[in-house]
Each structure stands twice: as C-alpha cells, then as structure tokens.
Design a protein around this ligand. Structure first.
Ligand SMILES: NC(=O)CC[C@H](N)C(=O)O
Length: 192
C-alpha cells in the first residue's frame, strides 16, 4: 500500500529529506512525498519528516504559520533529524525553541562543543545488523529519555537515536549519505 509522507518545509535540508523518502518509497506504488508549509497540508499524511536546520528558526516559523498544535497533534509517524530532534522533544535547553512534546526526552542543542562542528562516526544502532555511518552537524543529544522511549543509539556525549511508538528521532542525518536502512525501519513501523 502507498505511504504519504510530508516534509516540514520551513527551513533546513528539506530537499534531502524529500529525495531520501522518494528513494525509500520507490517500489511502493501509490506513495507520495511532498513539502508541507500549512496546517491543511497535514491532512491524510501517514508520516511527517522534521528536517535538520536551525531549530530556533524552524520554531519561530512554525509559530508564525500556525503549525505548532497541528504538528504536536499529528497522528502519523514523525521522522525527526537533528534540529527536528530538538523540536520533537518535550524539554530543550534553549528557551528560544518551543518543543512539540512528541517524544518525552530532554535535548541539549549543539552538544558537541563549539570546536567540533561536524563529525562522522560508525554507529551501532539497535535493530541494524551493521553499523550506520552517522553524520553529525552541530548536533544535539538527548540527555534524558522518558517512559516508553526506546534508546536506539548512544555515544559518550549522550543519546543520539530514539524511537517512541511510531516516532523516530536522530541527532545525525540519515537523509544524507544514501543509506536508507533507518528510513525503511521507520516505514515498517508505520504499519503496526
Ligand atoms: N544540523 C542541524 O540540524 C543542526 C541543529 C542546530 N544546531 C539546532 O540546534 O537547531
């Protein structure tokens, strides 16, 4: 059956998310992937990607576009990366970000220190047979995960991949680099 995916398209690496989901869904007839800018666009979606970018900017634009409540109440699965992970939390260390409370966790922004802007790591992720090449760019970490949150990966700085029901959040960027195993795990999770 086809899957309808929307990508929150206010700021950030929207095109990369669209391309990755299109590829992951290439063999599922009737699927679609589209950018989302208004609350009305959320109707009928099975999943929503919240991209990497600047969480303070995305937060401000969500407020301006009346998207907070509609996204916070979204009933499909959310696939959140980096800035998206910051937004999906229920507690954030920066008051300029209004969290969506999709996943009970505390997130610290830019958790790698100012010197280290980006980093690539071969990461063990629960459920994947082989390590995932994780690209971290001014990445957050979750410093605490609440009830019902499954921690899928952690590094010394903190938690970097979680699942909560149909939602998944990553401190790194599975939409970059062409490895779509985490997209596939997410899409399978929508069906249960
Ligand atoms: N690559 C990213 O999405 C960076 C996230 C950014 N540092 C933020 O906290 O919003």
């Amino acid at each position: 059956m086809g899957v309808k995916v929307g990508v929150l398209a206010l700021q950030g690496d929207v095109a990369e998310h669209i391309a990755a989901f299109r590829e992951a869904l290439a063999e599922r007839p009737g699927s679609s992937v589209a950018p989302i800018r208004r609350a009305e666009d959320l109707a009928d979606l099975d999943a929503l990607a919240i991209p990497g970018g600047e969480s303070t900017t995305i937060s401000r634009l969500m407020g301006k576009n009346g998207l907070y409540e509609p996204v916070a109440e979204f009933e499909g699965g959310v696939f959140a990366t980096c800035a998206g992970m910051v937004l999906s939390a229920d507690r954030v260390d920066d008051p300029r970000v209004r969290p969506l409370s999709l996943i009970p966790m505390h997130v610290a922004r830019n958790a790698f220190g100012r010197q280290v802007d980006s980093r690539e790591t071969m990461l063990e992720v629960a459920g994947l047979a082989e390590p995932f090449r994780a690209v971290f760019i001014r990445a957050p970490v979750a410093t605490e995960a609440g009830d019902g949150v499954e921690v899928l990966a952690r590094i010394p700085e903190g938690i970097v991949a979680v699942r909560h029901g149909r939602h998944m959040a990553f401190a790194f960027h599975p939409e970059l680099g062409g490895d779509l195993r985490l997209h596939r795990v997410f899409l399978e999770g929508l069906e249960v």
